[in-house]
Design a protein around this ligand. Structure first.
Ligand code: NAP
Length: 160
């Protein structure tokens, strides 16, 4: 059986999450919190996001999604579909945390049960966007202020 899927993202007011390969802001406390949330867990990310980071993040298992059968990188696992990534993650210790980018968030949202969103109070230019969260499907269960952003936790509404 596959594990539950948690999405973690930093999202600006205009839903921008990236501009080219970059994230168009710097909120150091948010990066530290990302590290704390993800340490020891399994990160699922798109090949574009992986290449913009440029290395596996230490202390975490990285599964990179690509359709390129030839692609590989040292220290990461490769999956060729989202379900393939989940099947691989099922055999490993840790939570499955989807960490972007835009394409991968859009694919993960229908399968996810939790979203942890750092709301960044900016409206930067960008070309990568977080998908809309449907309030009929998701509810906010926690909102916590941090320095320079707010962390909002969404849970999928029960289907009962
Ligand atoms: N603010 C944040 O929290 C945050 C977090 C992460 C990333 N970002 C930003 O997001 C942007 C990148 O997002 P993006 O949408 O361009 O790229 P992405 O989602 O990181 O990666 C897209 C690539 O992943 C692979 N892929 C996606 N779905 C797949 C599937 N179902 N099966 C197999 N492979 C799959 C494909 O790789 P191939 O082309 O190799 O087939 C695809 O081109 C950057 O600006 C980055 O900085 C922001």
């Amino acid at each position: 059986m596959s594990k539950r899927v948690v999405m973690v993202a930093a999202v600006a007011r205009n839903r921008v999450i990236g501009n080219g390969p970059d994230i168009p802001w710097r909120v150091p406390g948010e990066q530290a919190e990302f590290k704390r949330l993800t340490m020891g867990e399994i990160l699922v990310m798109g090949r574009t996001t992986y290449e913009s980071i440029g290395r596996p993040l230490p202390g975490r298992t990285t599964i990179v999604l690509t359709r390129d059968r030839e692609w590989s990188a040292e220290g990461v696992l490769v999956a060729h579909s989202f379900l393939d990534a989940l099947a691989r993650a099922a055999l490993l210790p840790g939570e499955v945390i989807v960490v972007g980018g835009a394409q991968v968030y859009a694919e993960a949202m229908p399968l996810a049960s939790e979203q942890i969103i750092s709301e960044i109070p900016l409206e930067p230019e960008g070309d990568a966007f977080y998908p809309e969260i449907d309030p009929a499907q998701w509810e906010v269960v926690d909102r916590e202020p941090f320095e320079g952003y707010e962390r909002v936790t969404w849970l999928r509404r029960s289907r009962l």
